[in-house]
Design a binder for this molecule. Sequence first.
Ligand code: UGA
Length: 434
Amino acid sequence: MSSTGNGAKVTVIGGGHVGLPTAVVLAHFGHEVVLAESDPARFEMLQRGESPIVETGLEELLSDALRLGTLRIARTAAEAVGEAEFVFLCVPTPQGNDGAVDLSFVEAVTDEIKESLRSGTIVVNKSTVPVGTAALLERVTQRIGIRVVSNPEFLREGSAVADSLHPDRIVVGADDPADAQKVGQLFAATGAPVIATDTTTAEAIKYAANAYLATKLSFVNALADLCETVGADVDALMAGLGHDKRIGFEFLRPGPGWGGSCLPKDTSALLQRAEVVGHDFALLRGAIAQNEDHMERVVQKVARASGGHLEGAPIAVWGLTFKAGTDDRRSSPATEITRRLVRAGARVSAYDPTVPDNTGESDLAGITVVPTAYEACRGARVVALLTEWGEFASLNFTKVAALMETPAVVDARNLLDPTTLRSLGFSYEGIGRT
Ligand code: UGA
């Protein structure tokens, strides 16, 4: 088993944001990979070598692997696992109504494959699951000689391929250290350190990482808010912090609040789990509350820039995805803030490079989606920049000003240059900027 041949037989179940990059990268490392995708439309796309998600470099690796025959796409999990030495579970674990994790996809797929697995196969769980789930799953599978290993994923949407090729670390939790070693070996080509531990600790590491990142961002955004109150400049403040190697520059950019399909879900799940076991995780509760308040502050900034009220106000929005480089709007602060503007009575015209105009999707109800950033500004009183798409920085702002009713910008990503904009007659408000 190596990156140059004698690859392992690996099945990946679920061709989504985690499963698809995992499958193509494992194929790239020389393993024989079968990817099971049950959604018919996604299956067809994958077979054609087309990526159903926006992800830099993914389509190239997908097409290469299909052409070289290191990757095959299957319609069902059961038909994909027969020969596998390793079966990766990469299925969704959405948030249930009570904030806890909904494990129904993991349970359904385990049920579907358990008869088709050959004895000795290692089931590797990459789906984010509550601490203790691998141990529970193993109780189901050990009767048929199947071990469950936990291998949490740390890739980010938008840079999933690069993160999978060059991870900071590989975490593997297993009851038997030999199993951990075998799973770690699948990723030998990355050269990343392998943290081998038990399944429960591996699952906890995943939640700890996302909770830490969310808390760091809430701290950063809270500092930015404080900068506004005391008249300090957040850009210099962050430079002053980031150069301290113990703090570092990563995850130090203030924004409209943190979101996406993972940080909000995983922090809520961890908080809920802590409550169940009687642990008061006040720090994490505070980080989540700060994020809520921070998004509301952005809404209030837009209201102030529009003359103190939003009722009937024409507002332009730039960006709807939860960050740049992805087409994902799940728990997107940009979409949430836009919806709050609409609820407050604003007439919103929004543009995002990944959202077709007049899309009619339910999360965008009441928002007029237009095909260009300029179009969104026509007649607007304020433009709110909510996602850091690079194209917004290179617009012709003289043209933007001419299109608007009044040239006013709320830059919730600190992407634009305040001096240039003010010299063009804009009023400018960033996050924590003087
Ligand atoms: C996050 C983690 O970063 C990954 O390590 C993890 O694997 C993933 O969740 C997951 O659990 O699957 P992702 O959801 O892709 O990755 O998004 P991030 O890049 O972490 O961004 C999260 C939020 O923080 C976004 O709303 C982003 O705009 C915001 N952010 C990030 C900032 O506001 N400032 C920053 O400096 C960085």
